[in-house]
Design a binder for this molecule. Sequence first.
Ligand code: SF4
Length: 249
Amino acid sequence: MERIVRKSLLYKSGLGFWCLNHAQGCSHGCRYPCYAFSMARSYGRAKDWEDWCRPKLVANAAELLGRELARMRRKPDAIHLCLTTDPFMRGQPEMAASSLELVGIANSFGVPCSILTKGLLPIELADRGAFPADNVYGISLVSLDEEFRRRWEPGAAPYAERVAALRALREAGRSTLAHMEPYPTPNIVEQELLPILEEVGFVDSLYFGRWNYNRIVGERPGADEFYAERRKEARRFCRGRGIAFEAGG
Ligand code: SF4
């Protein structure tokens, strides 16, 4: 993996929470499209799609995080990994090692992390000695159809492996999250929501959100009603299983 050096790492996002992105680019190459890529291209941080899909690791991320947290009088309630890249990109062991190191550093300051990936969450994250804070380990999951994944999330981990890694952490007693966004309309893929919910029925919390930034969704008559129904279905499912539920617009 290529490396870059940054001047700072931690920042408060426009969404109101603290986060860090210790790579520039993402080899998952999602085609929803990827909002992070659109932003990176418009700010000149990614030349083109190929450049985006060849992520560059922030070489001094651990040093920066330790220094920034040590300086803060009021520590963040939590740090999110990541908004503009993926902390456990498939087939990028250096990225995964860096992510584990950063979670360990945040936890050593008493700061929990929330993690979201379309890759594989490593079982090392179950270790309470190395990761003592109440971290939340999450995967993005909007389908179980591998054809859909190859079309829309070509570099990401296969769904069954993604879910198995999450389940292993839940079985080890860690807090888990399923993030169902961007959920596709039937003109993108024909599927039922219930089997997907059941696949992750063991999680502690679930987030459901619609597909944005793509005109295909608007081409489906009744998209708003479709999403209102699916949202209700997800809420009902979560209530029945005692899963904390949240939905986006
Ligand atoms: S995993 Fe996230 S950051 Fe990476 S390409 Fe997909 S949408 Fe973009």
